[in-house]
Design a protein around this ligand. Structure first.
Ligand code: GDP
Ligand code: FE
Ligand code: FE
Length: 196
């Protein structure tokens, strides 16, 4: 099928092919599963199914780029220089959105923001951004303690799913003494913390 032209100027098969060209089979197949999970969550939450399909397919589009490619893009777009202190885990969403814009011609800000925010979350997340954040976390092959609870909560209440993932990611990062990206902290304060 052809997408609405203002979202992507081509068919789904063409977009799938463009994503596959960038990614090893394992990650490409993850993107297909995130797409299907995102479409399901979009149906449940009254969100545009084509946006869910596109955002799910492309969310990890840039993940296999070199550090040099990301650094070049951060400089080209004069993005926050603090990004240079981080690495692929943070870059592939926030900076990856610029590769998607430039190479795939996707200009819809809701789709681009869903990609930007899919790893760290954000204080303000549209329903589409919440869906991609959660679909990435609960796609059928994800297997971690608590994933079934995450699935149940998310299908019942999307925003509760966002809070669940945000809390568990913070605990996971703290447990392994990993540096916490500022946006991840802000997401926690907005979506999890209660005012005292
Ligand atoms: P994937 O691209 O499908 O593997 O999933 P994500 O994009 O959600 O996550 C990529 C990696 O980033 C995961 O290993 C997360 O644990 C990690 N991550 C998420 N938030 C942070 C953070 O604030 N700091 C650090 N150091 N890593 C993070
Ligand atoms: Fe990712
Ligand atoms: Fe992913």
């Amino acid at each position: 099928m052809r997408y609405q032209q203002h979202l992507y100027n081509g068919t789904r098969d063409e977009l799938v092919e463009a994503v596959h060209q960038q990614l090893r089979d394992k990650r490409f197949n993850h993107c297909l599963r995130v797409e299907q999970t995102a479409i399901q969550l979009a149906e449940e939450n009254g969100v545009d199914l084509e946006k869910a399909s596109i955002a799910g397919l492309v969310h990890d589009y840039a993940k296999e780029r070199s550090d040099e490619a990301f650094i070049g893009m951060i400089k080209k777009h004069q993005m926050d220089p603090d990004l240079l202190n981080w690495g692929n885990a943070i870059w592939h969403g926030i900076v990856g959105a610029e590769f998607i814009h430039d190479e795939l011609g996707i200009e819809d800000e809701d789709i681009l923001n869903a990609v930007r925010f899919h790893t760290t979350g954000a204080v303000e997340m549209s329903p589409l951004a919440q869906i991609v954040y959660m679909a990435d976390y609960i796609e059928p092959e994800r297997d971690f303690d608590g994933v079934d609870e995450a699935r149940r909560i998310t299908h019942k209440d999307l925003r509760a799913g966002v809070a669940f993932q945000t809390k568990h990611t913070m605990l996971y990062l703290a447990e392994k003494n990993a540096p916490i990206y500022p946006a991840t902290l802000l997401t926690f304060n907005r979506w999890v913390a209660q005012k005292q």
